[in-house]
Design a protein around this ligand. Structure first.
Ligand code: HEM
Ligand code: FES
Length: 346
């Protein structure tokens, strides 16, 4: 919850999350180096540095794949929600791992006194028209710039400054970075290193991310479908079809998703977009009397969408009614913080 822009502070859960993440990175890099050095022992310093380039590059790719998979995984199965909690630190660490990949690459050129060759490679403009021989490092540089921008704007200050919709749109650039990295590897090392492991890494990563997004999107659309419009209102279902202290999510004609919550005999509707990072409020539940976002725990009153004092966030509310035993919601949002709940006879 936030007062000003200090939304999510350091806490024990975050420290454990980061510790596990760091341990995972150290384990991956050590295993990669151990196995690769055993299969093909490096003959000189340059070959040793090359191993480090590969270990950190592939680690950054795996991390990017996991970050992109967390969103749909958390939608498909609530047990993945803890992964979402500190996804921003995951992103910043990915940038640092990618930066180390580049640092070792620079060292690789430096130990051979070859740094000017790197500049020549990047400025041989004729090569940009080639498929085999394309300066693939440029694609890596572009991806790194995107990761840097995202790491630099990941703090809650930027979230408050830009507003959740713009901030979230900016962070969608991660998909662009992922595409650039796939091309960086496909046009780079995959062209001259004939091992099945590299295409396998790209295909498994890319396909996993794509399939998870398709399945999660399909599930959401299917969940929205049960809604029938009646004089402009949307039918949600019988009051008891909404689980107590939880919500059913319906889509307004414009596509905006509305979370219709039930708290005992009280029914209220809020926008499904959390004021923090646009998380899916309707996938949360009512804890201690407050609607609680599943991503980082921001809380709102069901009655009017306002966060409890001293917090100041407010969500748009929607009018609800119960007609012929069916809960209906008006898809036109009310100004954030407007009271709009109804009670039904049990
Ligand atoms: C987000 C940033 C980046 C990511 C995630 C990334 C990822 C990767 C991956 C996965 C590989 C293949 C590693 C393997 O063999 O398993 C690779 C190779 C390589 N990358 Fe990057 N890369 C990034 C940025 C860059 C940049 C900016 C440069 C240079 C300016 C660069 C230079 C290289 C080189 C030279 C190789 C080939 C290494 C070799 O031949 O052994 N990368 N990268
Ligand atoms: S609490 Fe962070 S998105 Fe809702």
């Amino acid at each position: 919850m936030s007062v000003g822009y200090c939304a999510v502070q350091w806490n024990r859960a975050k420290i454990i999350y980061d510790a596990i993440l760091l341990a995972g990175i150290v384990l991956y890099i050590s295993m990669f180096l151990l196995i690769a050095a055993r299969v093909d022992p490096p003959k000189d310093l340059a070959a040793t540095i090359d191993l480090l380039i590969r270990a950190f590059g592939s680690c950054a790719f795996v991390m990017l794949t996991i970050i992109l998979a967390i969103g749909p995984l958390a939608r498909l199965d609530r047990r993945f929600l803890p992964l979402l909690y500190n996804r921003r630190h995951f992103g910043v660490l990915t940038f640092i791992v990618a930066l180390l990949h580049v640092a070792f690459m620079l060292q690789w050129y430096a130990v051979q006194g070859n740094l000017p060759n790197l500049v020549t490679e990047l400025t041989t403009w004729a090569d940009y028209g080639k498929f085999i021989g394309f300066p693939f490092k440029v694609l890596g540089i572009a991806a790194l710039i995107v990761l840097f921008l995202m790491a630099a704007t990941s703090h809650d200050f930027w979230l408050a400054f830009l507003g959740p919709p713009i901030w979230k749109a900016l962070h969608m650039a991660l998909y662009v970075a992922y595409g650039l990295v796939v091309m960086h590897v496909a046009l780079g090392i995959m062209q001259y290193e004939h091992t099945v492991l590299i295409p396998l890494m790209l295909i498994v990563g890319f396909t996993t991310v794509t399939i998870l997004h398709l399945v999660a999107g399909w599930r959401e659309r299917r969940a929205d479908k049960g809604t029938v419009a009646r004089d402009g209102w949307i039918a949600v279902g019988a009051p008891h079809a909404i689980p107590d202290k939880r919500a059913r999510i319906v889509a307004a004609p414009g596509g905006e998703r509305i979370a219709v919550f039930r708290d005992g005999s009280l029914i209220g509707a809020l926008t499904n977009l959390c004021a923090h990072q646009n998380g899916p409020v309707g996938e949360g539940c009512i804890i201690d009397g407050f609607v609680t976002c599943p991503w980082h725990g921001f809380q709102y009153r069901l009655a009017d969408g306002c966060a409890p004092p001293p917090f100041t966030e407010k969500l748009a509310t929607y009018r609800v009614r119960v007609r012929d035993g069916i809960v209906e919601v008006n898809p036109n949002s009310l100004p954030a913080g407007t009271p709009a709940t109804v009670r039904f006879e049990a």
